[in-house]
Each structure stands twice: as structure tokens, then as C-alpha cells.
Design a protein around this ligand. Structure first.
Ligand code: FES
Ligand SMILES: [Fe+2]
Length: 351
């Protein structure tokens, strides 16, 4: 029989340290970080249709008017609470299935089903809504605090050239949900150690805290690295808000961009999406063939990254514990998250 190893009480590790200012999780005190959240894919809502989605601590509807414009509104009717996402769309208005009240894109009721005058100042909560890269986004706030970022070439958002969406071929897909808040997923970008230990990339010049750009609603930096087969890669990475990973990379001289916008169907759950961009080039058959090949290659590489992160993030119980010297960018990012604006203007509408 083998002997058990005994560690005396005097040599036991201390219980895991927790930073004295705990991390505010999404939904704590009824508040959520003010960010652009991915709500669904564009293809989930056809013209003239309405669907329902869980969002923050409640439910929203997403409808697309006959004009093709998508809008996110709170789901529960201000009349007696029916779920309007089970209703229908007429022209550019969404209609409650119970007593046929009609709501405009601003959320206000404009017509009742039996001809009673529409009550004043009554409606569904209107979320600022945009549609881009095949995804419908809603901002948690009355007005967006920041805009969705554009892609830039390899030199990044400060020194680089902006690329318009028209110059790019975009591929978008949904990724598996993870059991953690989106900002925990975002924190990985500032957890520079995991780039080495989990992703097995060899960075050549990771910037310290001073060379990272810290702004109120985004954090960005550049670095170069050797990839799995010693390929030279130039990275420009960043986090926008608390729900949006950005990367542009030049992989052996070929540029591609990656976005991971995130949704939050309820606190503690992240629904990530994956957007890959490659340059169209001159539009010739040769350029399109090269773009397609690069797309497939980049998707394969990035899916492997996502799996590596997924295996950790879906099980993590995140806390700011005992950090070491090279964790400084992560520590600063956690402070950035502590100070990030939080609100829940839709609180009384969503449940
Ligand atoms: S509950 Fe919506 S119209 Fe009555
Ligand atoms: Fe990662």
C-alpha cells in the first residue's frame, strides 16, 4: 500500500487571496456594464418578422420592419404584460399578439387594437441598435458611449490605415456559450501570460502597462510573435467596452482581422460570435481565390485559439487572487473593469 503524503498544518498554503476590492460581476446590484452586446445573427430575423431573445436579466424582441431595418426593444407589453416577441410585424411596427397594440421603432405605442387612443408616454424600452458584420447589436444604455470599431491594417488603430467593410470579405459564425461574464473573456487579452502558456505563442515584444493604450472605453496594444510553426505574426489587439475583442494580424505577410463580439443572455453567460475579415484585393479571380484560402486558414487557426480559451473559461471561477510581476497588465485591466460605467435603464421593462 502506498503511503499518503502528509503536509503539516504549518506548511499548508494560505487560503486563496481575494483582492480586497472584489470584482463586480454582471448583474451585481442590478447593474450591467454599458457596452454593445451581440443579440443575434442578422439571418435570425427575416424582413417582417419578430423573434425573442434573453438579454441581461430579462427578455427582448428583435424585429425587422418591411424597410429591412432591425430594432431591439424590451419584450413585455406595457398593457398587461404579453410577450410581444410572439406577435407580428406590420409595415415598420411590431404588434402585440394579445390586444394588438402597435409599437414603433422608438418603442412607443402608436395604436391600440380596438381604437382606444394610444396612451401617452407608454411603450417598450428602446435599445440603441446597429447591424454590422451579420450581427445585430444592442447597447445597454439610452445612448451608446462608444462606436463599434473599424478594422485597421497591421499597424493598428493609431499608426495603421483604416479598412472599410467594403474592402473586406467577412465571415461570421456563432461560437459555443461559456459560463462566465463577457468581461472575464475579455480579460484574457490583457492576461499576456496565457498567450504563452495556453496558446503556445512566443511573443517577441509584449508591451508592459506603459505601452498599452488605456482609454475609458477601450484598451489596445501591438506586439509581434512567432506562431506554432515559427511563422512571424504582427498583432494589433484590443478590447472595446466589456464585450468586444479586436485583432488584426499579419501572418507571414498576409493580413486578416478577427472580432469576437459577445452577447449576454443572462448574467454569468457569454454568447460569443466570431467575425473573420480578409482583404478582397483587386476583385480578380486570383485575388478572390487567395482571399478564400486565407479565410479558411485563418478560421482554422482562430477556432483552435477559441477552443483553448473555451476549455478554461467555461469552468473558471474568476477572482483576482495572487498575481505575479508579469500580471501587471491584467491587474490594471481588472481596475479598468471595476471603474467601467454600469447602468440598467431597461430594468423595469425587461422582466
Ligand atoms: S398585453 Fe399587449 S396589447 Fe394587451
Ligand atoms: Fe486566449
Amino acid at each position: 500500500m502506498s503511503k499518503p503524503m502528509i503536509v503539516p498544518a504549518s506548511r499548508q498554503p494560505e487560503a486563496p487571496k481575494r483582492y480586497t476590492v472584489p470584482m463586480p460581476m454582471e448583474g451585481d446590484n442590478g447593474l450591467f456594464t454599458q457596452s454593445w452586446y451581440a443579440v443575434c445573427m442578422s439571418g435570425d430575423v427575416e424582413k417582417g418578422k419578430v423573434i425573442g431573445r434573453n438579454f441581461l436579466d430579462g427578455k427582448v424582441l428583435v424585429y425587422r420592419g418591411e424597410d429591412g431595418v432591425a430594432q431591439v426593444l424590451s419584450a413585455y407589453c406595457p398593457h398587461v404584460g404579453a410577450d410581444v416577441s410572439a406577435g407580428w410585424v406590420t409595415e415598420n411596427r411590431v404588434v402585440c399578439p394579445f390586444h394588438a397594440w402597435e409599437f414603433g421603432r422608438d418603442g412607443f405605442v402608436c395604436k391600440t387594437g380596438v381604437g382606444d387612443p394610444a396612451p401617452k408616454n407608454t411603450g417598450l424600452f428602446h435599445f440603441p441598435t446597429v447591424e454590422r458584420w451579420g450581427i445585430i447589436f444592442a447597447f445597454n444604455g439610452l445612448e451608446p458611449l462608444w462606436q463599434l470599431p473599424d478594422f485597421y491594417d497591421q499597424d493598428g488603430p493609431v499608426a495603421g490605415k483604416r479598412l472599410s467593410d467594403d474592402e473586406l470579405i467577412i465571415t461570421t459564425e456563432r461560437v459555443f456559450s461559456m459560463n462566465t461574464d463577457p468581461w472575464v473573456v475579455c480579460a484574457n487579452t490583457l492576461d499576456q501570460n496565457h498567450i504563452i502558456t495556453l496558446h503556445h505563442i512566443s511573443p517577441e515584444d509584449l508591451p508592459g502597462v506603459e505601452r498599452i493604450r488605456w482609454r475609458p472605453h477601450d484598451v489596445t496594444y501591438e506586439f509581434t510573435a512567432r506562431h506554432w510553426k515559427n511563422e512571424f505574426v504582427k498583432y494589433s489587439v484590443g478590447i472595446y467596452g466589456t464585450t468586444f475583442f479586436y485583432q488584426s494580424s499579419t501572418f507571414d505577410g498576409r493580413w486578416f482581422g478577427i472580432l469576437a463580439p459577445m452577447g449576454m443572455p443572462r448574467p454569468g453567460v457569454t454568447e460569443p460570435y466570431f467575425v473573420l475579415a480578409v482583404k478582397k484585393g483587386d476583385g480578380s479571380e486570383k485575388a478572390l481565390k487567395e482571399a478564400k484560402e486565407l479565410s479558411e486558414y485563418a478560421l482554422d487557426v482562430e477556432r483552435r485559439f477559441v477552443w483553448q480559451d473555451y476549455s478554461i473559461l467555461t469552468l473558471i471561477k474568476f477572482r483576482q487572487g495572487t498575481l505575479t510581476k508579469s500580471d501587471k497588465p491584467l491587474a490594471k485591466f481588472l481596475d479598468h473593469i471595476r471603474n467601467y460605467p454600469r447602468a440598467h435603464p431597461a430594468a423595469d421593462f425587461l422582466r
